[in-house]
Design a protein around this ligand. Sequence first.
Ligand SMILES: *[C@@H]1O[C@H](CO)[C@@H](O)[C@H](O)[C@H]1NC(C)=O
Ligand SMILES: *[C@@H]1O[C@H](CO)[C@@H](O)[C@H](O)[C@H]1NC(C)=O
Ligand SMILES: *[C@@H]1O[C@H](CO)[C@@H](O)[C@H](O)[C@H]1NC(C)=O
Length: 198
Amino acid sequence: MDFLHFSLVLLLSNLSVDAAIFTLQNKCNNTIWPGILAGGGHPVLDDGGLELNPHASINVTAPAGWSGRFWARNGCTFDDSGEGNCATGNCGNVLKCKGAGGVPPVSLAEFTLDSPMDFYDVSLVDGYNMPISIIPLGGSGNCSKVTCVSDLNIKCPDGLQVKGDGGDVVGCKSACMAFQKPEYCCSAESTYTKDKAS
Ligand SMILES: *[C@@H]1O[C@H](CO)[C@@H](O)[C@H](O)[C@H]1NC(C)=O
Ligand SMILES: *[C@@H]1O[C@H](CO)[C@@H](O)[C@H](O)[C@H]1NC(C)=O
Ligand SMILES: *[C@@H]1O[C@H](CO)[C@@H](O)[C@H](O)[C@H]1NC(C)=O
């Protein structure tokens, strides 16, 4: 299986003051299975997961003020009842994540809409599994594209690699996740912080 060319692109357009449209585009030659996690109190869009064929796109509508994150799962097999698993980004062995997040490492596209502006970012805080980009459409102001188009799996250091069944690198852990050390996790017990303070 070829994991090198997976790429999820999200287009964000403001439908009206009451809603926004996320257009999820699969730019790869392989099927991907986007996952969607809503922030606290916000509705789970599309039951939290869907299948997206190569070069297909799909619209997901979010209500005003929505916040949450998108990621992509790859190398999945699901049966007719929507149970199965994925090489990366699994959310409890189901197609419809329904409020469960993706198991790291996963590249994230994060959004907080209408607060009072739309905030968005691409984050590798939970590691990396595939390229992901956000392209805002039709907003006012300086709405830049945010893209992570590099294949970091081919550059992932040994200690951070996650390998698929075929032995190829399918994801790259964050140093915090891999080593669980305060200096990589920026946690309160960081000796670096203490040294600096003393
Ligand atoms: C998809 O497949 C086409 C035809 O084989 C190839 O030219 C193209 O580079 C591939 N694209 C990606 C992103 O792998
Ligand atoms: C998604 O919504 C956009 C903006 O309204 C529209 O131009 C596009 O045709 C829609 N795409 C699909 C796949 O429905
Ligand atoms: C828009 O944002 C980009 C990225 O932050 C920045 O490089 C650019 O200078 C900004 N342009 C304007 C006109 O503010």
